[in-house]
Unconditional design. Sequence first.
Length: 155
Amino acid sequence: MKCYTCESDNVQKLSVIFQNGTSKTTGNIHSSHTGGGIGLGSGGFAGFGGVGSSNSRVNTTTSSDLAKRCAPPDKYNFKAPLLMGMLALFAIFIFDGLAQMDMAGMATLAILGLIGGAAYSAYKGFTYNKTEYPVLMQAWSKKWHCNKCGEIFDI
Protein backbone atom coordinates (compact mmCIF):
# COMPACT_ATOMS: atom_id res chain seq x y z
CA MET A 1 0.00 0.00 0.00
CA LYS A 2 1.40 3.38 -1.04
CA CYS A 3 0.17 6.94 -0.78
CA TYR A 4 -1.32 8.15 -4.06
CA THR A 5 0.13 11.64 -3.54
CA CYS A 6 3.76 11.12 -2.47
CA GLU A 7 4.11 7.33 -3.02
CA SER A 8 5.33 6.76 0.55
CA ASP A 9 4.65 3.34 2.05
CA ASN A 10 4.37 4.90 5.54
CA VAL A 11 0.55 4.69 5.63
CA GLN A 12 -1.99 3.57 8.25
CA LYS A 13 -5.73 3.00 8.35
CA LEU A 14 -7.68 5.81 9.99
CA SER A 15 -9.22 3.35 12.44
CA VAL A 16 -5.76 2.29 13.70
CA ILE A 17 -4.60 5.91 14.11
CA PHE A 18 -7.82 6.80 15.94
CA GLN A 19 -7.60 3.79 18.26
CA ASN A 20 -3.91 4.33 19.08
CA GLY A 21 -4.33 8.08 19.64
CA THR A 22 -7.38 7.89 21.90
CA SER A 23 -7.42 6.91 25.56
CA LYS A 24 -10.27 6.59 28.01
CA THR A 25 -9.82 7.07 31.73
CA THR A 26 -12.33 6.23 34.44
CA GLY A 27 -12.01 6.52 38.17
CA ASN A 28 -13.59 7.44 41.46
CA ILE A 29 -12.73 10.38 43.68
CA HIS A 30 -13.67 10.31 47.36
CA SER A 31 -13.06 13.06 49.87
CA SER A 32 -14.02 13.50 53.51
CA HIS A 33 -14.33 16.80 55.31
CA THR A 34 -14.53 17.62 58.99
CA GLY A 35 -14.75 20.93 60.72
CA GLY A 36 -15.76 22.61 63.91
CA GLY A 37 -15.48 25.74 65.94
CA ILE A 38 -16.57 27.75 68.95
CA GLY A 39 -18.77 30.80 68.80
CA LEU A 40 -19.69 33.54 71.24
CA GLY A 41 -23.16 34.97 71.14
CA SER A 42 -25.60 36.78 73.39
CA GLY A 43 -26.41 33.49 75.07
CA GLY A 44 -22.77 32.62 75.77
CA PHE A 45 -20.31 30.24 74.19
CA ALA A 46 -21.36 27.45 71.85
CA GLY A 47 -19.49 24.74 69.99
CA PHE A 48 -20.34 23.26 66.63
CA GLY A 49 -18.93 20.59 64.38
CA GLY A 50 -19.62 18.92 61.08
CA VAL A 51 -18.59 16.00 58.95
CA GLY A 52 -19.12 15.56 55.24
CA SER A 53 -18.00 13.45 52.34
CA SER A 54 -18.32 13.48 48.59
CA ASN A 55 -17.94 10.89 45.86
CA SER A 56 -17.37 11.62 42.19
CA ARG A 57 -16.99 9.39 39.15
CA VAL A 58 -14.68 10.59 36.40
CA ASN A 59 -14.94 9.50 32.75
CA THR A 60 -12.46 11.22 30.47
CA THR A 61 -11.55 10.62 26.84
CA THR A 62 -8.46 12.26 25.39
CA SER A 63 -7.31 12.18 21.79
CA SER A 64 -4.24 13.40 19.96
CA ASP A 65 -4.72 15.99 17.23
CA LEU A 66 -4.06 13.35 14.59
CA ALA A 67 -6.57 10.96 16.19
CA LYS A 68 -9.18 13.75 16.16
CA ARG A 69 -8.46 14.36 12.47
CA CYS A 70 -8.82 10.62 11.75
CA ALA A 71 -11.92 10.15 13.93
CA PRO A 72 -14.95 8.25 12.64
CA PRO A 73 -18.15 10.14 11.84
CA ASP A 74 -20.35 10.95 14.81
CA LYS A 75 -23.74 9.44 15.40
CA TYR A 76 -26.62 11.87 15.93
CA ASN A 77 -26.72 13.16 19.49
CA PHE A 78 -30.22 13.20 20.99
CA LYS A 79 -29.47 15.77 23.71
CA ALA A 80 -31.19 18.65 21.88
CA PRO A 81 -34.56 16.95 21.27
CA LEU A 82 -34.49 15.50 24.78
CA LEU A 83 -33.82 18.95 26.24
CA MET A 84 -36.59 20.51 24.13
CA GLY A 85 -39.03 17.82 25.25
CA MET A 86 -38.13 18.30 28.91
CA LEU A 87 -38.43 22.09 28.51
CA ALA A 88 -41.87 21.63 26.95
CA LEU A 89 -43.00 19.46 29.87
CA PHE A 90 -41.64 21.99 32.33
CA ALA A 91 -43.41 24.79 30.45
CA ILE A 92 -46.69 22.88 30.58
CA PHE A 93 -46.52 22.80 34.38
CA ILE A 94 -45.43 26.45 34.63
CA PHE A 95 -48.02 27.82 32.21
CA ASP A 96 -50.82 25.61 33.51
CA GLY A 97 -51.53 28.34 36.06
CA LEU A 98 -51.94 30.86 33.24
CA ALA A 99 -55.00 29.09 31.84
CA GLN A 100 -57.23 32.00 32.83
CA MET A 101 -54.84 34.70 31.56
CA ASP A 102 -54.36 36.24 28.10
CA MET A 103 -50.87 34.72 27.76
CA ALA A 104 -52.26 31.18 27.79
CA GLY A 105 -52.60 31.10 24.00
CA MET A 106 -49.01 32.22 23.41
CA ALA A 107 -47.73 29.81 26.05
CA THR A 108 -49.63 26.96 24.40
CA LEU A 109 -48.15 27.85 21.01
CA ALA A 110 -44.64 27.98 22.49
CA ILE A 111 -45.12 24.59 24.14
CA LEU A 112 -46.47 23.08 20.92
CA GLY A 113 -43.51 24.57 19.05
CA LEU A 114 -41.08 22.95 21.49
CA ILE A 115 -42.82 19.61 21.21
CA GLY A 116 -42.87 19.85 17.40
CA GLY A 117 -39.22 20.85 17.29
CA ALA A 118 -38.23 17.99 19.58
CA ALA A 119 -40.20 15.47 17.52
CA TYR A 120 -38.73 16.75 14.23
CA SER A 121 -35.18 16.75 15.62
CA ALA A 122 -35.60 13.22 17.01
CA TYR A 123 -37.01 12.01 13.66
CA LYS A 124 -34.03 13.53 11.79
CA GLY A 125 -31.66 11.87 14.26
CA PHE A 126 -33.22 8.43 13.92
CA THR A 127 -33.23 8.75 10.12
CA TYR A 128 -29.58 9.88 10.04
CA ASN A 129 -28.42 7.08 12.37
CA LYS A 130 -30.30 4.46 10.36
CA THR A 131 -29.50 5.54 6.80
CA GLU A 132 -26.60 8.02 6.50
CA TYR A 133 -24.38 7.01 9.44
CA PRO A 134 -23.76 3.40 8.26
CA VAL A 135 -22.73 4.67 4.81
CA LEU A 136 -20.34 7.21 6.36
CA MET A 137 -18.85 4.56 8.67
CA GLN A 138 -18.32 2.17 5.77
CA ALA A 139 -16.55 4.89 3.76
CA TRP A 140 -14.42 5.85 6.82
CA SER A 141 -13.36 2.23 7.37
CA LYS A 142 -11.76 2.21 3.89
CA LYS A 143 -9.69 5.37 4.38
CA TRP A 144 -5.93 5.54 4.96
CA HIS A 145 -3.57 8.26 6.18
CA CYS A 146 -0.09 8.96 4.83
CA ASN A 147 2.26 9.66 7.73
CA LYS A 148 4.68 11.44 5.39
CA CYS A 149 2.51 14.01 3.55
CA GLY A 150 -0.66 13.85 5.69
CA GLU A 151 -2.96 12.92 2.80
CA ILE A 152 -6.12 10.94 3.62
CA PHE A 153 -7.18 8.65 0.80
CA ASP A 154 -9.40 5.67 -0.06
CA ILE A 155 -8.08 2.32 -1.19
